[in-house]
Write a protein that binds this ligand. Sequence first.
Ligand code: CA
Length: 444
Amino acid sequence: MAKRRSVVVLLGGALSTTLLLGGCLGNPPSRTGTGGPPSATPVANADVEVRTISLGFVPILEAAPLVIGVEKGFFASHGLEVKLAKQSSWATARDNVVLGSAGGGIDGGQWQLPMPQMISEGALTNGKKVPMTILAMLMSQGNGIAAANGVRDGNLSVDLKASSPGFFQRFNQKEGRKFRATYTFARANQDLWIRYWLAASGVNPEKDVELLTVPAPETLQGMRNGTMEAFSTGDPWPSRIVKGDVGYLAATTAQIWKVHPEEYLAVRNDWVEKHPKATVALLKGLIQAQMWLDKAENKREAAEILSSRKWFNVPVDVLEASLRGQVKLGSKGTAQNDPKMGPLYWSSDRGVISYPYRSLTLWFLVESLRWKFFPGTVDTIEEAKAINERVTREDLWREAARAVGVPERDIPTSSSRGKEVFFDGTVYDPTNPQAYLNSLQIKN
Ligand code: CA
């Protein structure tokens, strides 16, 4: 009984109610989403070195596989209790992983890149190196750049050259200040997407606009009050901005780079080294959660789970539309209803989403090189490659995938996904990142 009580304290909400009413301890997870209640108690007979792991998450759709892994009992079915801790910001997540769970922090969790690589190198942590291991991609796409109603007449779209020629110069002249574009953490995904988007149309993100870091909860009000004109982030924020009639969705990241790498699962390397079997158990549960999230028939249930105050605290309908790739796009609010352009968790035109291709995790370091984000740490392609090879690990993912019955044809055998093409025709060939860098017109 004491054991059950501790589960209730940790997980709270609907799941603990299920546990109290139904028991069902030790059952495997429901694969269909319509089966019996899930189990939150790790199965007793699993061969793992440790029974628990503490992971941080930020309440955006990238965290969905972690939440579903817990709520549907996928992690528990492999002997692991995943304790998810909501992080108030990316900086908090970084500070907590430096502490580690032994110090009251976290062992790892959800990350924008290149956070794990740069925490490993001490470049985000005042020189303190905390080696980390990137284990899987959590999600692709599902992010976007929202623009405020105040710039609706600018008709901002993915292709600014076509939709809004001269807009930023006119804005500067009219307002007597620069256009303000914001994100929640500098020098990572959301900053990179807004920079790529602007630069591809000849707008220099460091000269023609002002880039600012803003906490996600402040963005709705900030856009209403005119303290920012654009916000680059993950759903449900862009959808909430549109739904609240505060602004419009100028571009989705799926438009910028189809099936692009988004956020990743990464864990402290000391934890992985000490607990290789538990790491594989974590990946098994994650892969199963991602496969479950991929199915159209599970989207409503996923939205209901994620909606709760404990997780995202966002209306079910907003989340369900986001999960299904239903958005209103552009200044005219054109309806787009295409699951292939929404958040992707498992299958895609480019193969399995979850696999941690080194070619993709490297891109974030190449982009760091482009903007000279981390001088002294990433100054050459060779340095970028060496760091990436130390941090991104693919073998454990393959082991986990085989163990849960992923067909061999879905398990990548190469560290490269091949050439990547952006909306403006730019090609990133991972075998020649220097050629990609050379091809970019705007860079530092
Ligand atoms: Ca994101």
